[in-house]
Design a protein around this ligand. Structure first.
Ligand code: NDP
Length: 323
């Protein structure tokens, strides 16, 4: 496992990390989570991603129990939470968004669920048009000075909103964001590569990228329909099934996946390894957050570093040459 600085910060994160969206508390219970973390830690992963909104906070409860059971030293790994969507089924107006009140209370609640004294990374899960960015930056800065969070960042904010947060922080001598958590994979490239392009150099923006397999689409397993038990088949994820396979856009994306599968076959590598290795080759990626519902998927995906680090294979020139 290689380690990369989280943008211009001094924090070294493993180039592969592990997240819990959809899976923890739905497909993965505490026992399996513990085994998965064991596999991750053995492989050198040092960052585990979560959010208040995943399974209404229960994903963090599962993660907290599994991390506690493993009892690895707290200074050997990083854990995150994200604030915005709330952890309640029908949240009250004060239980969502990026107000000082919700940011502060959501942090305290995440610390309790994860059974930790501080969060290494704390993200604004989306931008909040109803809260001034200045209030959000102040709230994050205060949590940093209180020692409750170490680094803060954004997720799926526009480049303009991210710039505003940096400029306000710099002008007022507050802690600026360190990272953004955007989607980035072979099918979804525009925002990461184009919109955020100037921010990497200007602000030293770090990135913890999500859905490297586009929720499983890039494994190729949806080309013959929707496999039983897969993410797109789950109750509550009908929206994903629609966007992934049933819509015109989904069909267009599946055509692109089919041509990528042919390339993977020609190169004799699995599609998931190829897709993850491709993300790793972008130097603006600080860490690729993996997702897995089964330990075999995790083991397979961890092997993608073998492809990205071998600079002498024809695969490497193909990957760097672009698709
Ligand atoms: P992926 O795109 O890699 O999708 C992971 C899912 O794909 C697995 O749960 C599994 O689903 C399937 N899969 C993975 N590997 C294989 C394999 N080798 N063979 C077959 N199927 C496979 O990542 P996620 O979408 O899970 O995102 C990763 C993390 O990013 C999340 O856990 C979360 O922490 C973060 N995230 C952040 C977001 C944000 O807004 N900030 C949004 C989304 C995610 P199954 O078996 O059920 O089909």
């Amino acid at each position: 496992m290689k380690y990369r600085n989280l943008g211009r910060s001094g924090l070294k994160v493993s180039e592969l990390s592990f997240g819990s969206w959809v899976t923890f508390n739905k497909q993965v219970d505490t026992n399996l989570a513990e085994k998965m973390f064991g596999t991750c830690l053995d492989a050198g992963i040092n960052f585990f991603d979560n959010a208040e909104g995943y399974e209404r906070g229960q994903s963090e409860v599962v993660m907290g129990k599994a991390l506690k059971a493993l009892s690895n030293p707290r200074d050997s790994y990083c854990v995150s939470s994200k604030v915005f969507f709330g952890a309640k089924e029908n949240p009250l107006p004060t239980q969502i968004g990026l107000s000082r009140k919700h940011i502060t209370e959501a942090c305290h609640q995440a610390l309790e669920r994860l059974q930790v004294d501080y969060l290494d990374l704390y993200f604004c899960h989306r931008a909040d048009p109803d809260t001034p960015i200045s209030e959000t930056v102040w709230a994050m800065h205060n949590l940093v000075t209180q020692g409750k969070i170490l680094y803060w960042g954004t997720s799926e904010w526009s480049a303009e909103e991210i710039s505003e947060a940096y400029e306000f922080a710099y002008a007022n001598h507050l802690t600026p964001p360190s990272m953004e958590q955007p989607q980035y994979n072979l099918l979804d490239r525009n925002r990461f590569e184009k919109e955020y392009g100037p921010l990497y150099e200007k602000y030293g923006l770090g990135t913890t990228i999500w859905s490297p397999l586009a929720s499983g689409a890039l494994t190729g397993k949806y080309l013959e329909g929707i496999p039983e038990g897969s993410r797109a088949s789950l109750a509550g994820y009908e929206w994903l099934k629609k966007s992934m396979v049933e819509s015109d856009r989904g069909q267009e994306r599946m055509t692109r996946v089919a041509s990528l599968v042919l390339i993977a076959e020609k190169l004799n590598v699995s599609m998931s390894k190829l897709a993850i290795a491709w993300c790793l080759l972008n130097e603006n990626v600080s860490t690729v957050i993996l997702g897995a519902s089964k330990i075999e998927q995790l083991e397979e995906n961890l092997k993608s570093t073998e492809l990205s680090c071998n600079h002498h294979t024809p695969l490497h020139s193909l990957l760097t040459g672009g698709f």
